[in-house]
Design a protein around this ligand. Structure first.
Ligand SMILES: [Zn+2]
Length: 292
């Protein structure tokens, strides 16, 4: 008898951008409630997923990205840590398989303060999991999450998820935190993408003539939001602004033809965008053993 495999090897995918190497590192996956999608009926959303052979409730990837540039290593987003169940929080294991120790990372760049992106900053005891890292996060997101007046208008669960957790995550990095503005790491520039959260930020990675845009949560479900960028999610802070930012970003990605990387684009999350009727569609990268 032979043993049948029951799980994948940890998800790692390297992509060279000029002299820089970007590595997709999987934190796992999350099944989102179908009712979280707005601007589309549950029936329409379900049939859009089923047409693409996706399960309902839809399963989305949670990706983070390493950036190796000029002898330094940055990590963009940190996954969910131990806060969102057993299908997430794999990042530390994935990093170990990629040969990267938490103390090798000298900069953590956050796209925004949401549980699946920032809760991996600290361990269960509240201590920093990246002992040497400087934290780069948008000033607008930090201000928003520290707003006691806004916090008071939410339910207890939302207060915990969107206010208390982020405050706890960024606290041990307080004396080594920088605003996400301009060049934040060699070859990496912060790009404001407000809407999903007030300080939602993308990171443009450039080296020589090559560019990759890490766009955070411009899309949660590519099956819905590429054909129809007007579809929003329940956890968009400003849905109308999120739609404007998504349209602008997809339009630019299609016009420029540059590769983009998304935290919730199916792992490894690297695609290109093309126009398709009144919307867009994606062209995934093709895996190759040798890195281009
Ligand atoms: Zn997210």
């Amino acid at each position: 008898m032979i043993d049948l495999p029951t799980a994948q090897v940890p998800g790692i995918y390297h992509r060279r951008i000029g002299e820089i190497v970007v590595t997709a590192v999987s934190d796992g996956y999350y099944d989102t409630p179908i009712a979280a999608y707005r601007g589309i009926t549950i029936e329409e959303a379900s049939s859009a997923f089923e047409r693409r052979f996706q399960r309902v409730p839809p399963r989305i990837s949670i990706n983070a990205f390493l950036i190796r540039s000029k002898g330094r290593i940055a990590l963009v987003d940190t996954g969910a840590g131990d806060t969102m169940g057993p299908t997430l929080g794999l990042l530390q294991r994935t990093l170990a398989t990629a040969g990267v120790a938490p103390s090798d990372i000298d900069t953590v760049l956050l796209t925004h303060l949401h549980p699946d992106h920032s809760n991996g900053l600290v361990g269960p005891d509240g201590s920093a999991l990246f002992p040497r890292a400087e934290l780069v996060v948008s000033e607008a997101d930090v201000r928003f999450r520290k707003d006691d007046g806004a916090r008071a208008r939410h339910t207890v669960i939302e207060q915990l998820r969107y206010y208390d957790h982020p405050r706890r995550q960024i606290a041990p990095y307080a004396d080594r935190t920088k605003h996400a503005r301009g060049e934040v790491f060699p070859g990496v520039t912060a790009v404001p993408l407000p809407g999903h959260t007030p300080g939602h930020t993308g990171y443009m990675v450039s080296s020589g003539s090559e560019t990759l845009f890490i766009w955070g949560d411009i899309c949660h479900a590519q099956e819905l939001q590429f054909p129809n960028p007007e579809v929003t999610v329940a956890f968009d802070v400003d849905p109308e602004e999120a739609v404007r930012t998504r349209r602008r970003t997809l339009d630019r990605a299609a016009a420029d033809g540059i590769p983009v990387a998304g935290m919730h684009v199916h792992f490894p999350g690297l695609i290109r965008i093309v126009r398709n009727g009144s919307g867009y569609s994606e062209v995934p990268e093709i895996w190759a053993y040798e890195m281009a």
